[in-house]
Design a protein around this ligand. Structure first.
Ligand code: DC
Length: 242
């Protein structure tokens, strides 16, 4: 049972959603933003975008000082922007004006992104973009360190998880549905490997903020999750979908 704290204008709320990979954070965050008229920021897309820049420029070996310096230089001259080009009106990531949304979802990028995202200079780069969004209120952001590092004072923090095998199955089906080719075992390995890297990296590791509400959606549908959050937003702040 939640206490009704105070009423809040939904344009003022900041919702931070963190959690393991392939838990459906971005689908959930997008649905919330649509329902409540909030700005949605997919922070993982930015890390994937930086990884794509690294891959395209042969600078993705983060054990090589040369690659680190090269990527760091290149990042000075790139611009990332979420433009509302998707058929459902949601934002898609553009790199210097080029729509890279599809490319950043490939398995190649998924396999490299954790290593790139663990670099402090990459985190600083992405954080500076996120801080811009922080000046606007009425935001729902999903990632790994939103409730712990980016918005430690977020009004509502959610930590999402689900069984690794269920997450791998969802990702596998998603790739097939998009006409891609995948091997379930390989996808499962990628999911567990990313969990390990995200949780054990030195800079901004994935962890549940003490005040984050746990959402294990192993056995929940998207509709169940919406009902779950609607109840919280109603009980805590008297908010309803627009
Ligand atoms: O949510 P996603 O799978 O698109 O995220 C891609 C990668 O980016 C993931 O391996 C972890 C990293 N990431 C991060 O380190 N911090 C964030 N705030 C968001 C994502």
């Amino acid at each position: 049972m939640f206490v009704l704290y105070t009423s809040m204008d939904k344009r003022d709320i900041i919702i931070a959603i963190d959690g393991h990979s392939s838990t459906g954070k971005s689908t959930f965050a997008k649905a919330i933003s649509k329902s409540y008229g909030l700005i949605y920021v997919d922070t993982g897309a930015l890390y994937r975008g930086v990884t794509l820049v690294a891959a395209r420029n042969n600078a993705s070996n983060m054990e090589s000082r040369h690659d680190i310096e090269k990527l760091s230089d290149i990042l000075q001259n790139v611009s990332f922007e979420f433009l509302k080009t998707a058929p459902d009106g949601s934002g898609e990531l553009h790199l210097n004006g080029e729509n890279i949304e599809k490319e950043i979802r490939s398995l190649e990028i998924a396999q490299k992104v954790s290593e790139v995202a663990s670099q402090p200079f990459v985190r600083d780069f992405v954080d500076s973009i996120l801080k811009e969004y922080g000046t606007k209120r009425g935001v729902v952001m999903d990632g790994r360190d939103i409730g712990t590092v980016v918005f430690p004072d977020a009004d509502l923090k959610i930590f999402m998880t689900a069984d690794a095998s269920i997450r791998a199955r969802r990702r596998y089906n998603e790739i097939l549905a998009k006409g891609g080719v995948a091997d379930y075992q390989e996808v499962l390995e990628n999911v567990t490997e990313r969990d390990k890297m995200d949780e054990t990296r030195e800079t901004a590791p994935l962890k549940r903020a003490p005040d984050a509400i746990l959402l294990d959606n192993s056995n929940m549908t998207q509709n169940d999750q919406m009902l779950w959050i609607e109840k919280i937003l109603k009980e805590k702040w008297g908010l309803s979908p627009s």
